[in-house]
Every structure is written in C-alpha cells, then in structure tokens.
Design a protein around this ligand. Structure first.
Ligand SMILES: [Fe+2]
Length: 455
C-alpha cells in the first residue's frame, strides 16, 4: 500500500526534530557532571602522629588514594593491609599513610576513581570539634530486640556533618555489635560517612567494643565483639599499649587468636593522644580494663609533663569512656581510681582542665572539681539514661545540667576562649517527649578561659 505524505508534514517533522536536538544540546551544556560513586566503603580519616600526617582507612578493591589541595589532586599514596585485621566481615581492609601535609589545611582525596572527599589536617588557630559517644548503628537484624531499632543515629551523623567540625572525638561504645549483631560494625562505619569523609575521627574505646552478647536482645549466635574490629579500621595517633596487652593475651584489651596463629590478634593501639592548635587531647583506654587506669596515669605523666612545659600547649583534655563524676552513682571503686588519676595529674600539670566522659547515655555538666571540668557526653543515640528522680540528687552531686535526649558536644576554640555546647540531637523515637528539645538547639553552654596562644 502506498502512503502519501505531504511536503508540509515532512517540513513539520523536520522542524520538530531540529527543535528537539537543540533542546538536548542546551540541556547538556547546563547539566552537572554526575558525581562519581565510591567503589569502596567504610572510609574514615585519622590523624597520624604529627600534624602533617594523616591515615586514611577504607574497605574495598582500590589500593590507591589520590590527594591534593583541590580536585586535580596531584599526590598519590598506596594502601597497605592494616596490621590488625577486622574479623566481623571480609575485607580487603586498607590503610594509606600520607606524610608531608601542611597543618590546618583542607585536602581533597579520592579512593581509586571514587567520589571526591575532604579532610582537614590538625587545625592551627581557632577551630571547632564535635565530641560524641554511645551511638550504635542503623543495622537491624530482624531477630534483634526493639532496642536495636535506632534509625535516628543516621540523622545524628548528618546533623553533625552540617556543623562542619574540624575533627571529631568519639568516647567509646561504638556500634553495639555485641547487642545488635555482628553486622552493626560494618553498618556503623558506613553510617558515619557524612562526617568521616569531611573530618578526621579520633576514637577512644568503650566496654561494648569487647562485650559479650547481651540477652535479650542480641540475636541468637551473636559473638562477643572484639577490639580488632575497631583497631583494624582506625589508626590511634601516638598509639600506646597497655601493659597487660601482651602477645599471649587472648581477651581484652587483646583479642582471641585467629587461626592458624595462636597469639593475641590485636595487640597495641589501646589509647593515644594528639594536638590540635595548642590543645592536647588524650584518648584514654577503657577504664574497666584491669589496671588500665593506673597504666594510663603512669604513661600519660611524661606526655602531660611535656605539654605543661610547652608554651604552645594551652590546655590538656582527656576523652575517656567512663565518667568520673555524675548524679548517677555507680561503678565505684572504678570512679575513685579515675578520680585519683585525674587529681594527681592535674596537681602536677594544671593545664589538665577538662575530662569528657561518656558511657551514661545522656548529657551532664558538673561543677568543676579540684580544678577540672567534668562533662558526660554519652547521648549519641543508642539509649536514654535514667537520671535520679530525687530532687536533691543533682545539687548534692554538683550536677548543673542533665538531659537524656540524644545530643553531642560542639567545642569551639576562639581566641582566649573554649566554649562547649551541648547540642540537641534527633528525636529519640521510642520516647519522643522525654527531655524534649529542638534538634540543633543549644541545651547548655560551658565557657572556659584559655591562656593566650604563643609560638
Ligand atoms: Fe559503656
């Protein structure tokens, strides 16, 4: 059958085709290039031992990281396998040390041909940082109890990323894998991506990092968590080893042997320290470890002495898992041992003026004791702690603020002032009205004077 097509119709079709091609060309000119996806996960940046050194960690196929002051990169570093290997999930796990960087500088990096990320080297001048603890993850094993359903922790990481801290300190009890299932570790190291790909994250360990399965709600078959799952994914700056973390130690602070080896599979990296623009931060070991507090007290002494004698160091801060003082009375004589350590070190080195504890799942500010300010910052989101109900309990304990709502600390060093603000976190879904606050609001502020920076 023949079909007659008029010249008018042919012209019309041609005109439409030209218009469509033109529109596509215009759209292409204005389109943003699609962001490259990452081919690796669990990306996290850590400070190295010096201000010009960073260590990047990730899990996946790529072994090269490209870095530089902008997205043209220019530098490359080749990853190696970390000395300590996580055991909760298959790798490959990788770490890449980058030396010779300039302090107080933002660097871009990409892993393989992955997305562009940034970190800032150890700050110089004024800076901000976030402290948090006791978070857990968005991993949800159907067999786990409802206490493991904590979707708001992802929102907490997004909120912190929007605050653009120069770095973050984490005071232990990280993924709660011993309570919610082994998959929590991997999920935690992906939940943190909004923060871990813009700022270094410096961790102290908590008791959950080696905790046995809780019942309920741990899913059946949940293994005891192990410190190699954390030591192997992170680098502790200026790493220290507890005296009892020996090659033959097969439980915390060491780890069960991994066949065919028969020795401790995670020796070392029990605690550490780093400097940020004249503030020396100690990441103390888990206080519940046998003799860990006495060990940290003794080995911190010469490091604090050097800080005390260094005119560039303006304050010493301890970030540790367990609080020393709280309106919640518990864990004696452990607290007495911690208090003795802090009092003794402050007596010798008065630059030690701030102790950030965690472990109790809320926020609390205490009046300074013997020259040291004690704050509890365990409101990462895993649970809400129950504070005392007796009216006089807070006054008698010297507690000036408390909240069980999810929160974190936003620290600012500006000129001769350090400001510590408890920031309201996301709504705690299981109990949304208790200690209710508006996300992002300042719940309580502590101001501390700093001596002038020198050098
Ligand atoms: Fe804890």
């Amino acid at each position: 059958m023949r079909v007659k097509v008029s010249a008018k119709k042919i012209l019309l079709v041609l005109l439409i085709a030209v218009l469509l091609v033109g529109a596509a060309a215009l759209a292409g000119r204005h389109a943003q290039p699609a962001a490259r996806p990452d081919h690796d996960d669990e990306i996290v940046a850590n400070y190295g031992d010096q201000a010009g050194t960073m260590v990047l960690h990730w899990r996946g196929p790529d072994a090269t990281v490209f870095f530089g002051r902008d997205e043209s990169y220019g530098g490359t570093a080749t990853a190696t396998a970390p000395v300590i290997t996580p055991v909760d999930i298959a790798g490959p796990f990788r770490e890449a040390k980058i030396d010779g960087l300039t302090a107080g500088t933002v660097y871009h990096y990409k892993i393989g041909d992955g997305a562009d990320h940034t970190f800032k080297t150890s700050p110089t001048g004024d800076f901000t940082w976030v402290d948090i603890g006791d978070v857990s993850s968005t991993f949800k094993d159907p067999a786990a109890g409802s206490a493991c359903d904590t979707p708001w922790v992802a929102d907490h990481w997004r909120q912190i990323a929007q605050e653009k801290p120069d770095f973050l300190t984490f005071g232990g009890d990280i993924s709660y894998a011993n309570k919610c299932g082994a998959g929590s570790v991997h999920q935690f190291f992906n939940d943190i991506k909004p923060v871990s790909t813009i700022a270094p994250m410096e961790f102290a360990w908590g008791n959950h990092e080696y905790g046995g399965p809780t019942s309920p709600p741990a899913p059946k078959g949940t293994p005891r968590d192990r410190l190699d799952n954390y030591k192997g994914r992170l680098t502790m700056p200026n790493a220290q080893t507890l005296a009892n973390d020996t090659p033959s130690r097969l439980n915390h602070p060491g780890c069960p042997a991994v066949a065919p080896a028969t020795t401790n599979s995670c020796q070392g990296e029990d605690w550490g320290w780093f400097d940020a623009s004249g503030i020396r931060f100690f990441l103390w070991p888990e206080g519940g470890e046998y003799q860990s507090t006495a060990d940290a007290k003794a080995k911190s002494d010469p490091i604090m002495q050097a800080a005390q004698n260094d005119p560039k160091i303006r304050m010493i801060v301890i970030v540790a898992h367990r609080p020393v003082f709280s309106s919640i009375s518990a864990e004696h004589p452990l607290r007495a041992e911690l208090q003795d350590a802090v009092d003794t070190l402050h007596g010798k080195y008065p630059k030690l003026r701030l102790y950030l504890g965690h472990h109790l799942h809320g926020a609390e500010a205490m009046t300074p004791k013997n020259g040291v300010t004690y704050l509890t910052d365990g409101g990462g989101g895993v649970e809400e702690v129950r504070f005392p109900t007796k009216p006089g309990a807070f006054t008698s304990a010297g507690s000036v603020f408390h909240s069980s709502h999810p929160s974190h600390l936003l620290g600012t060093v500006s000129g001769n002032k350090m400001t510590l603000k408890f920031i309201c976190g996301p709504v705690y879904g299981r109990n949304p009205t208790k200690d209710a606050c508006t996300q992002g609001d300042v719940m309580f502020t502590v101001n501390m004077d700093l001596p002038a920076a020198t050098g």
